[in-house]
Design a protein around this ligand. Structure first.
Ligand code: F0G
Length: 491
């Protein structure tokens, strides 16, 4: 299957291509992001999306049964990058639901049947990340990876840890010290990942793990963050399932919270491919919602009017913004810790998705996020704070009359309510459980399977040691060559 699939640089002035067997997180020539591309003419593509319906009734433990059970691999003809079905990794991800939310919609003045919530928190690890991990782990298995790692605001690490344990690879996660919710931290520990609590925020963690994956090949790290183009292939399936639930009709709007901007990028790619293949007529509009305390995309897109411009976007404006952030020692801060990110690595792809889906970007305050999160829980079945940014964004866009009450809107609820119970308890009672936990007396963990997080300074040598590597690995570091190849935004 895989020779009709390849990786391609998204920069229109480069367009370098690489085989799917190569492990890359950026173009080797110009440093831009990569896409997974397909020569569809050489692949068996269904004539209509209803083709996938026959898979709903598949049963059993045969490979076909297992793949059909997955809400990702049920659509495998639309992400055919793997060599054989034995490469495919699945843990039963993507069996999520699209729920009509009339009670919530009514509170917002929407017409009946027009507001729908896509509950991605129903994935095995409790967030949408499992869609992408299924695809990235499939690629990791294809290339024989043994150690997989990511930086995370919590959900990527939970998902990676779960998949790594089931796929028998070593999982390593970098999290910002005190930056992720307890629900998510508990998952990474429970699934046995080596959990490094780096003194820094998500942006610092991602910078470090990319540096190690790219510049210290001796460490043998396969990077699982969404700069890995295979992750985004799996995340396309969220759109396929929404179409499926709507009897293959596109909604008018898709609204999604924006953090590192992998999800919205994947949505744009999904619809671009479906349109090119003639499998959908209409492309929905996209709204990406930032938290005000981590609003880089909104600043760049809505205030500074940076547009995709066929790939020739104004990168200088972006660099200036990042330089100003550095100068003022800016760090993002929001109650929606999952999207507390100030240098979204998928920014160019997000601009491309916004261009293709005629998108808008907004930001919402922590207060709006918390109020809408509580509304979702009151009239639905709950989500974590970051997810509610989508609903808070809808409210704003309804107020602005950008979205009309008669339009069909899907809000993506990216993570489960139980991911961050502290935020919920604090909202309802005023008690800050995290502060209480921080002050609680500690004892040595005694369980046979206890897996303590390892606190580490944001320093390359200390991190390599904590990962079990030798500091001498840094001596061979290809820093100069590779760094100059990655755009400034990436480091
Ligand atoms: N919602 C939740 C619950 C998330 O965990 C994330 C990202 C997002 C939204 C934003 O998605 O990055 O594709 O724009 N969480 C990442 C993590 C960064 O490490 O778990 P995005």
């Amino acid at each position: 299957m895989s020779d009709a699939a390849f990786q391609e640089c998204i920069n229109p002035d480069c367009r370098a291509t690489y085989g799917v067997g190569e492990v890359r997180v950026a173009c080797g020539k110009c440093g831009s992001l990569l896409d997974v591309r397909y020569d569809w003419g050489r692949l068996p593509v269904p004539k209509s999306l209803s083709y996938f319906e026959h898979r709903w009734s598949t049963k059993g433990t045969s490979t076909e049964g297992i793949l059909d059970f997955s809400g990702v691999w049920r659509f495998r003809e639309l992400m055919p990058f793997y060599r054989t079905e034995s490469d495919v990794v699945t843990i039963g991800e993507g069996r999520t639901v699209l729920q009509t939310a009339d009670l919530l919609g009514r509170q917002m003045g929407m017409q009946g049947g027009k507001l729908l919530l896509q509950y991605e928190g129903l994935n095995p690890s409790g967030s949408f990340k499992d869609n992408g991990m299924a695809a990235a782990f499939t690629h990791a298995r294809m290339v024989g990876a043994k150690k997989v790692a990511c930086a995370s605001t919590g959900n990527t690490s939970a998902s990676l840890a779960m998949f790594a344990s089931l796929a028998e690879m070593q999982g390593i996660v970098f999290i910002g010290s005190g930056k992720i919710s307890f629900g998510k931290l508990s998952q990474a520990l429970d699934y046995g990942a080596l959990t490094l609590q780096i003194r820094g925020d998500f942006d610092a963690c991602l910078r470090r793990i990319r540096q190690i994956a790219v510049d210290v090949p001796e460490m043998g790290i396969y990077l699982m963050n969404s700069v890995n183009p295979f992750r985004l292939e799996g995340q396309k399936s969220i759109m396929f399932r929404i179409l499926e639930a709507l009897n293959w009709e596109s909604p008018d709007w898709v609204i999604v919270p924006g953090g590192n901007l992998g999800n919205c990028s994947a949505f744009g790619k999904a619809f671009k491919e479906l349109k090119e293949l003639g499998l959908v007529k209409k492309v929905p509009r996209l709204a990406v919602i930032n938290a005000s305390g981590a609003n880089t995309l909104n600043e760049i897109y809505s205030r500074q009017n940076v547009r995709w411009n066929e790939g020739r976007y104004d990168a200088e404006k972006v660099q200036k913004l990042y330089a100003a952030m550095d100068e003022s020692n800016y760090h993002p801060h929001t109650i929606a810790s999952a999207i507390e990110i100030s240098r979204p690595v998928n920014l160019p792809k997000a601009l491309r998705a916004l261009a293709f889906m005629d998108g808008v970007v907004r930001e919402v305050s922590d207060e709006e996020i918390l109020e809408q999160r509580a509304m979702v829980a009151r009239y639905g079945f709950g989500c974590e704070p970051a997810s509610a940014a989508s609903v808070a964004g809808l409210r704003k866009l309804l107020d602005e009359r950008v979205i009309s009450p008669s339009e069909r809107v899907v809000c993506i609820l990216t993570g489960h309510e139980l991911k961050d119970p502290n935020a919920t308890v604090k909202y309802h009672t005023g008690i800050d459980m995290k502060a209480v936990q921080d002050q609680a007396p500690r004892s040595e963990p005694k369980g046979k399977f206890s897996n303590r997080p390892v606190p580490v300074e944001d320093d390359l040598e200390s991190i390599i040691r904590a990962m079990g590597g030798q500091p001498s690995a840094i001596a061979g570091m290809k820093t100069k060559v590779q760094r100059s190849n990655l755009p400034l935004t990436e480091y």
